[in-house]
Design a protein around this ligand. Sequence first.
Ligand code: ZN
Length: 283
Amino acid sequence: MVLSSPRLKKLKHIKYLLLLIPFNALAILSVANTPIPGGIAVIDFQTNHANPSAYYSKVPVYVQHINDTHWQALVGIPLLAKIGQKQLTIKDFSERHVNFDISDHGYQEQHITLTGKKKKYVNPNLAHMDRIKQERPILSKARQTFSNEQLSNTNLIRPVDGVMTSPFGFKRFYNGQARRPHTGVDYAGDIGTEIKAAAAGRVIISDSFFFNGNAVFIDHGQGLISAYIHLDKRLVEPGQLLTQGEIIGTIGQTGRATGPHLHFGVYLNQTVINPNLLFNHEI
Ligand SMILES: [Zn+2]
């Protein structure tokens, strides 16, 4: 029997989705409240509504049913958010607001030197700028994906076993020039090391980009998206449904990478957050 035939793969996915349904009401993402830039504000609320929604800065946020009338919103806080009081809007039978506070968090600085051919990633030329401009809306559309369906109902698993070489949130300087802070975590690994899907979901991007190199983005539902960057090989196609742990590609050093590694990024409500917050810490 050929286990990898597309038809069997499809059947496996259908079976998986059917299995998910009875557990949906019980399964939740377990997250500690970390209302800091790059963190997740966990906001509990009560409602009798069957399908409430919540918004932060007009963007829909992840909402999960805990039990009975108890619901929870998981709000991704932008790395560059100002500290102070913020507001979550809840829509059920009417509209109401919940205030919460963002506290400060000092992220360290990291200085990176790019030499030789990799210098083009510090100050890209005009042709590269054109490519970057063309890619920007594709990436921002991916980040804006919001599927109401629950494609995953578990905490994330680490996509590779390698050592974490660069933590989330570092303020970055390339050849002395300030650039965006580090928007994910980096794992070291040899070229060709297999990368696993951190959770079940649907592939929304499998393509090649200027900064990201070969990249795969997976939609896990409710605005939770994971991104796998600088890959050597991409082994999935857009639209493909994945189970947690399925191999999606291999570690590489394509794009703005100084050596072989996986950059792993996670988005909630279109905002990069610290992926460590969504791992299952009980294991
Ligand atoms: Zn990185």
